[in-house]
Design a protein around this ligand. Structure first.
Ligand code: SF4
Ligand code: SF4
Length: 377
């Protein structure tokens, strides 16, 4: 059996649904596209992933010869109703950036160790464009929503790429976009206009980006500020957004299938409430938030901000007491976004709370939000 076949068998045995292999040649169109849309992607280009270098693997690892791409299907089990529409399925599935101490990180580590035991040098921190690598390795095709789709699964997949120094047998690329020609359902459904044309998405308008890349101190001057027109469109999403995948006909078979539950997820979901996320205790954070949303948001205040937005978007006065409590939070960010939510819900009680809060508020950020909320409440 060749090394390539051996690698593919091992990947499938580990639970990956597809394994493909391509060369470690660069991805010039990706580099050009990223540079051409620098205003949208500065946070990513300047961030720790260094995608421009990753798109030319040999610039970082001169010995690189091949990219092995594995597909993990994270939609084999059902997702609890209580979490759908709030947390993206990818995060509920705990398969993205998972530490080695948990099952999906351990699976990735086993694959790496297998390659090393076969004598391959495996790149350590090289982030190649995984969707493009997967298409060039013949295991996925593109959709107009910019996601990639695996045959028999759909787009609820995670791809991981391993860059190695071994010469392997390469698969036939499947670079095309394979949507029904007239379908534009994803672009029509995107609430923020982030998907602005087939295969083009502006991350700065994407709900997923706004849920967790808006944190102070990230590269390229990124801050915690979420523009009000995006807040309005975030609905109940607090960590990710699946809308452009949920509406997709290529995903309907899987979305409508009767799937078994994941018992861990069922248990976590039992306790999940947006009001608990807003007025976040250490216990709720450890027991319910971190097991699912461990990978991007580093400080509790960003979860609280997102919960405030989601509660404001319900428009439901039932949440006014919880938002009033959040107006006393020690974090100005939480007070500011709770004020926005009160303004969104509006009415006399919300106005009163905002006025009382303004009288004692000393933070400029929170004061601005309260004043803006009072103008619309
Ligand atoms: S994830 Fe949501 S906000 Fe982002 S492009 Fe898709 S539908 Fe639009
Ligand atoms: S919704 Fe339609 S256009 Fe968008 S990715 Fe799915 S099939 Fe393609």
């Amino acid at each position: 059996m060749s090394l390539s076949e051996n690698i593919k068998d091992f990947g499938l045995d580990l639970g990956y649904s597809k394994v493909g292999i391509t060369t470690a040649d660069s991805f010039p169109s990706y580099i050009e596209d990223l540079k051409g849309r620098y205003d949208m992607y500065a946070w990513y280009i300047e961030g720790p992933s260094q995608p421009i270098k990753g798109a030319d693997p040999r610039s970082v690892m001169p010995s690189a010869k091949s990219i092995i791409v594995v597909v993990y299907d994270y939609s084999k089990e059902s997702f609890p109703e209580k979490l759908v529409g709030k947390i993206g399925r990818l995060y509920q599935a705990r398969c993205s950036l998972t530490p080695r101490s948990r099952i999906n990180g351990a699976r990735r580590q086993l694959m790496r160790e297998f390659l090393e035991n076969k004598g391959c040098e495996v790149a350590q921190r090289l982030v190649v464009p995984d969707r493009l690598s997967g298409a060039r390795a013949g295991i996925v095709t593109y959709g107009k929503n910019t996601f990639t789709f695996a045959d028999g699964i759909g787009s609820f997949i995670l791809m991981t790429a391993f860059i190695v120094d071994a010469e392997l047998d390469y698969d036939e690329p499947t670079m095309g976009e394979e949507c029904p020609p007239k379908c534009m359902a994803c672009i029509d459904a995107c609430p923020t206009g982030a998907l602005y044309e087939p295969l083009k998405m502006n991350p700065l308008r994407c709900i997923t980006y706004n849920c967790f890349m808006t944190q102070d101190g990230l590269p390229a001057g990124t801050t915690s500020y979420i523009p009000p027109d995006i807040r309005d469109k975030m609905g109940s999403w607090i960590h990710g957004c699946d809308i452009c995948q949920e509406v997709c006909p290529r995903n309907q078979k899987r979305l409508k299938a009767k799937l078994p539950p994941n018992e861990f997820l069922v248990k976590v979901a039992e306790d999940f409430e947006l009001i608990k996320l807003l007025n976040l205790t250490n216990e709720f954070y450890a027991k319910t938030v971190q097991p699912l949303m461990y990978n991007y948001i580093r400080e509790k205040k960003y979860f609280q901000r997102n919960a405030a937005i989601a509660l404001g978007n319900t428009g439901d006065p039932e949440f006014i007491p919880d938002l009033a409590r959040a107006m006393m939070d020690s974090e100005e960010l939480v007070r500011g976004y709770a004020a926005w939510a009160l303004g969104k819900i509006g009415g006399g009680r919300a106005m009163e709370i905002l006025e009382v809060s303004l009288a004692r508020e000393t933070s400029e950020l929170a004061r601005k939000e309260i004043e803006a909320a009072l103008a619309v409440a």
